[in-house]
Design a protein around this ligand. Sequence first.
Ligand code: ATP
Ligand code: PRP
Ligand code: MG
Length: 298
Amino acid sequence: MDSKRLRIAMQKSGRLSQDSQELLKSCGFKINLREDRLIAHVENMPIDILRVRDDDIPGLVMDKVVDLGIVGENVLEETMLERQSQGLATAFKKLKDLDYGGCRLSLAIPREQEWTGVAALQGKKIATTYPHLLKRFLAEQGVTFKPVLLTGSVEVAPRAGLADAICDLVSSGATLEANGLKEVQVIYRSKATLIQADTELYPEKQKLVDRLLPRLEGMLQARESKYIMLHAPKDKLAEITALLPGAENPTVMPLASDTTHVAMHVVATETLFWETMEKLKALGASSILVLPIEKMMM
Ligand SMILES: Nc1ncnc2c1ncn2[C@@H]1O[C@H](COP(=O)(O)OP(=O)(O)OP(=O)(O)O)[C@@H](O)[C@H]1O
Ligand SMILES: O=P(O)(O)OC[C@H]1O[C@H](OP(=O)(O)OP(=O)(O)O)[C@H](O)[C@@H]1O
Ligand SMILES: [Mg+2]
């Protein structure tokens, strides 16, 4: 592999793959992805994408095998604790928190069992893929437990008689529900994150990272922002502006045939809820349009 090409590690197939690919594409990467290829080349920039299992991504970054990686904070933190216990390098730089892959690592027990608190797990068998995060959390509560390590299908462990409880990722809760389990304690909240190896990059690579970051920030900001257009009574401008999140500097324009109202355009930094739209209307605003923003560079 050409060492002058920026290397980014990404999950090959799983919960983060699609969103990560789309994010990079939206930053202008033309990725030539073929399902069977473990290395994908970006056609229009000197960048290679390594497609690996998510568990391997933090180690690849910490061992400086790749320059950047996109991974869930849960896997990153678990790997850090594991590597610390083995005396391996754990340094990395966090470049950007991303807006997908949101989930929580939680303790769950059979639905019919009463939950009296984490102390009840003392000495119990707990099935998990995250033994270090679980140990750190329970140790803080003075609880010791017997870990049962499973890398998938953790939710079947109680029914299969393998464990008394589980500690696994939850987002909608449907998997717990389907397996007769209930979530009783969140131990870690996670999102996807972009990390960089803790080393000085070749200037060519650093330049690429310096170009990538503003694009990424622009995309993330655009995704959470909305362009709002409305007609407002002139005497209610201040009150209307105050209702719009992040709209300190609205563009105000006269209307062709109405001297009592003006047109107002703003970029709001959050989604506009129906409740706020109703309040705007109550203040006399009309023709309220909320539009998505595709890209942004401030
Ligand atoms: N239900 C979920 N909702 C949202 N994000 C999730 C969910 N489950 C997992 N994630 C996030 O996505 C990451 C990858 O999850 P996935 O289930 O695809 O991993 P995996 O089965 O370990 O895949 P791999 O084969 O790469 O090891 C998790 O580490 C977590 O950060
Ligand atoms: O609360 P829910 O929305 O049901 O999501 C939780 C499930 O999602 C993840 O697994 P995934 O579906 O990615 O499959 P995997 O076991 O193959 O990793 C996680 O390990 C849970 O099993
Ligand atoms: Mg994995």
